[in-house]
Ligand binder design. Structure first.
Ligand code: CO
Length: 484
């Protein structure tokens, strides 16, 4: 018997259902649905995330160590088609062939055999599981600590390493959070991204790619100390990097006792450093200090008068990774919630201040893609059903950053949400005129639904719920590529 505490919107048993491997690869038309798919919604939703939570029965210590699996949901004239395929990394292929776990994971997964089997094995298994991005007519699966993989946009076959015409090499770090600067009448659209080479001092490399996918700008910047930088924000003139106040002690990792991410310590008494790097190579890097906090994801940044504004999801502490604690037993009440904050960065006064926009536990911010680097009003997020404290994501939240207006759609008690993807309605100029697409794990039916919400109005509930024939493990990031 499963019980739901009266104070909770979920049961841990239901939540765990989304943390199971999906080993099969599917390819089918989605026929089981409630509601109707809008006929103007044409294109493909690509999602990435861990597909395997175990390697032939040996569980990974953290979902972030699971092998990347791409899902593609193609919409055309009111119809939808589903396909999923694993990214054929070298390591995935080797483990599938050996039928056993061969590699350690960065998030604490240890090979069988104890510390001796893991000591001095510093090979990073590229799990290619964090994001999938479409740019320059190419699809790439991304994992920040190593090279990207090219994926066929239709068949999802792995087509080898993406080198960006020789700019990247095997093992080159490449962030999982590229941003598409939409450009304007004076500037062409660009893909702006970065790579982090950590060490006693950290090197940040900024890349800009033109619409053919060619690297047209690349510059390096060294900052003192270890840096855990997962995401960044851009404006037409600047790139912004938040250096969380953490340190890294590599010894337990090197001697095989712990995963690399377990060796990170958060220091609540040290400031978060904000590094402002001009996109024009000739400018110099600037450092500002803000309140201590931990940031994985930014919603957006823009310039206003002499200020740069950044909206980010902040935690009061780094969510501790410990492979001795079973993540399937996560006590959500004991973790700090992510909350949406607005930073005001004044380069003249050299100040960075922040104020809270949303106190409800939230993550995975998403905005209208044409407003990246420009002033936005609406942010879409995955959020907890409850308004206070911390809990798994079961709702989707739409927030007006100027008025504070909020709209919530909740899938509780049986549904669990992920990153919402906003798709603008073709030819519309209104910021929230479009659809929000989300993969929702439905514990009641042990399957995942593709949920389509009206971007203007969450109160009506989904326009359509497409029922897959199976579940998809909780994913990370993705994108929508409109068909032309
Ligand atoms: Co991310």
């Amino acid at each position: 018997m499963q019980t739901i505490s009266p104070s909770k919107s979920y049961s841990l048993e239901d939540w765990r259902g989304g943390n199971r491997s999906l080993k099969q690869e599917f390819d089918y038309a989605i026929e089981d649905m409630d509601g109707e798919i809008p006929h103007e919604l044409n294109g493909t939703l690509y999602r990435n995330g861990p597909g395997l939570l175990d390697i032939f029965g040996q569980p990974v210590a953290h979902p972030f160590d699971g092998d990347g699996m791409i899902c593609a949901i193609a919409f055309s004239q009111g119809q939808a088609h589903f396909r999923n395929r694993f990214v054929r990394t070298e390591e995935y292929c080797a483990e599938q062939k050996a039928e056993r776990m061969l590699y350690r994971g960065v998030f604490g997964t240890q090979k069988p055999g104890g510390w001796l089997a893991n000591a001095f094995d510093l090979h990073k298994k590229n799990v290619a599981n964090t994001n999938v991005i479409y740019w320059g007519d190419k699809l790439m699966a991304l994992w920040e600590a190593s090279h990207p993989h090219r994926i066929h946009p239709t068949t999802l076959e792995t087509m080898g390493i993406a080198t960006l015409d020789g700019v990247l090499h095997r093992g080159s770090p490449f962030a999982a959070h590229p941003l598409i600067d939409p450009g304007n009448e004076h500037r062409e659209p660009r893909l702006v991204t970065f790579a982090i080479q950590p060490g006693p001092q950290t090197t940040i490399t900024v890349y800009e790619l033109n619409s053919d996918g060619t690297v047209v700008q690349q510059h390096d910047h060294n900052i003192p100390g270890f840096a855990f930088i997962h995401d960044f924000a851009i404006t037409p003139n600047y790139c912004l990097f938040f250096q969380n106040p953490v340190t890294f002690n590599p010894i337990p990792y090197v001697v095989g006792l712990r995963g690399a991410a377990e060796c990170i310590t958060f220091h609540g008494d040290r400031p978060t450093k904000i590094w402002v790097i001009p996109r024009n190579e000739s400018g110099s890097i600037q450092e500002l200090q803000a309140d201590p906090c931990f940031v994985f994801h930014h919603a957006n940044a823009f310039e206003q008068d002499k200020t740069i504004i950044v909206d980010s999801v902040c935690y009061e502490d780094f969510p501790k990774v410990d492979h001795n604690l079973n993540y399937q037993e996560t006590d959500f009440d004991t973790l700090h919630p992510g909350q949406l904050w607005r930073f005001h960065i004044n380069l003249e006064a050299q100040t960075a201040t922040r104020k809270q926009l949303v106190s409800r536990s939230c993550e995975f911010p998403f905005i209208h893609p044409a407003l990246i680097g420009q002033r936005h009003q609406w942010v879409y997020l995955a959020a907890a059903h409850q308004t206070k404290g911390n809990a798994p994501q079961q709702a989707l939240l739409k927030v007006h950053v100027d008025t504070g207006e909020q709209q919530v759609w909740s899938a509780a008690p049986k549904g669990f949400t992920g990153e919402p993807v906003f798709v603008p309605r073709p030819n519309s100029t209104q910021e929230d005129n479009g659809w929000v697409l989300d993969l929702v794990y439905d514990a009641a039916h042990n399957r995942t639904d593709i949920v389509i919400l009206d971007g203007k109005d969450f109160s009506q509930g989904p326009i359509a719920r497409l029922h897959l024939k199976h579940h998809i493990p909780y994913g990370l990031h993705g994108c929508f590529h409109a068909s032309t």
